[in-house]
Write a protein that binds this ligand. Structure first.
Ligand code: CIZ
Ligand code: SF4
Length: 355
């Protein structure tokens, strides 16, 4: 649907008034009406770096979800304000791992006598206090692009190392099994809603990878059956999915990779090729519109937009910018100094890895 022309005018006017003082970051899963005003677009990792590269910008308006704005705050200076236009833009996956729950799991690992062997690894899609937990326990952050090298690093840290991976069980399993050559039996799933995670001390001792029972409410919903149907329907179609998809989906796909990988794959694809993409719908629609010479379909018509990404809409964006014009900083995301210190340690360990 076309954006309200009055709101478009107001957004343009506010952005112009603020000039270089404001830097607008747009995640690839944002709505068209919002991404249009982004100074840069990217996945969560690229945007955190882009934010850090603009130390002169007083305000960073983050069009994405809460954990991403936290990462931007961690990587920018304290006098820069990071603003999330709608505070309701959380992430259901990040919310599946709460600090108290993770601390409980750590206690169980201690009681099983294995905590010294465990390296905690958190996906970028987690809250700042979970990243800080990893920072405090010699752990690290990973993204969907570097999960393999991060896990390899983690296993090299300790004798008989084990990895506690959160919050996304699918990224953890897909990386351990398909990139590191582990078996499905090397992985167990810790369910934070069950006593002792639903695992015995023996199971914890035997496991190499302890996967947190979390998933993405968008990527986790693609099903392997749809892939069979699409292959029958579109001859030669290539299936391109994100590693947050279930293991069974990734096994049936032709190519698997991060959001940035998905975009570069489509950009490099020959005219006339056919693709079914399993990632967020806003991005798939934009790719289809930008590449009319290729046939691009969404992997599953029953999967919806990410509802929290979509909370950032033009009215909220305009409200945030116009407030800044009036000298009022709204919806600032600020990570406390202690959390920031330890979260940064875990992020820095990742950034220091070669490659
Ligand atoms: O699922 C998401 O939210 C992803 C893949 C985010 C990102 O940018 O890494
Ligand atoms: Fe979270 Fe999934 Fe939405 Fe990304 S797409 S913000 S992981 S719920």
């Amino acid at each position: 649907a076309a954006s309200d022309p009055d709101l478009v005018k107001r957004a343009l006017a506010a952005k112009e008034k603020l000039g270089e003082r404001v830097f607008v970051l747009g995640h690839h899963y944002q709505r068209d009406e919002v991404i249009e005003f982004a100074d840069v677009t990217g996945d969560s990792f690229k945007l955190a770096r882009d934010a850090a590269a603009r130390p002169d910008a007083e305000y960073i308006v983050f069009c994405g979800v809460h954990f991403m704005a936290e990462s931007a705050d961690i990587l920018t200076s304290p006098d820069q304000a990071v603003i999330l236009p709608d505070l309701g833009a959380g992430c259901s996956m990040a919310d599946m791992a709460r600090l108290g729950q993770v601390e409980k799991a750590w206690e169980a690992l201690s009681e099983a006598g294995v905590a010294e062997q465990v390296v905690p690894v958190t996906y970028m899609n987690s809250s700042a206090d979970i990243k800080a937990f990893c920072g405090r326990h010699d752990g690290v952050v990973c993204t969907s692009s570097n999960a393999q090298s991060v896990l390899e690093w983690a296993f090299a840290q300790k004798e008989d190392a084990k990895v506690l991976f959160f919050p996304d069980q699918h990224l953890g399993r897909n990386t351990a099994v398909l990139k590191l050559g582990m078996s499905l039996d090397d992985c167990v799933v810790w369910d934070p809603h069950k006593p002792d995670g639903g695992l015995s001390a023996e199971e914890l001792r035997a496991a190499k990878v302890i996967l947190w029972k979390g998933h993405c409410s968008v990527h986790g919903r693609f099903s392997p059956d749809t892939i069979d149907d699409l292959r029958a329907e579109i001859p030669g179609v290539q299936i391109l999915v994100h590693p947050e998809c279930q293991h069974e989906v990734v096994l049936k796909a032709d190519l698997v990779g991060s959001t940035e990988f998905i975009i570069s794959t489509i950009e490099a694809a020959p005219a006339g090729s056919s693709w079914a993409i399993g990632t967020e719908l806003n991005l798939v629609k934009r790719l289809a519109a930008a590449h009319p010479d290729k046939r691009i379909v969404f992997l599953d018509r029953t999967v919806c937009y990410c509802s929290t990404m979509n909370r950032i809409d033009l009215p909220h964006f305009v409200w945030a910018l116009e407030s800044l014009v009036e000298g009022q900083v709204v919806n600032r995301i600020e990570v406390d100094a202690d959390t920031e210190h330890y979260a940064k340690l875990a992020l820095q360990r990742m950034l220091d890895l070669p490659g």
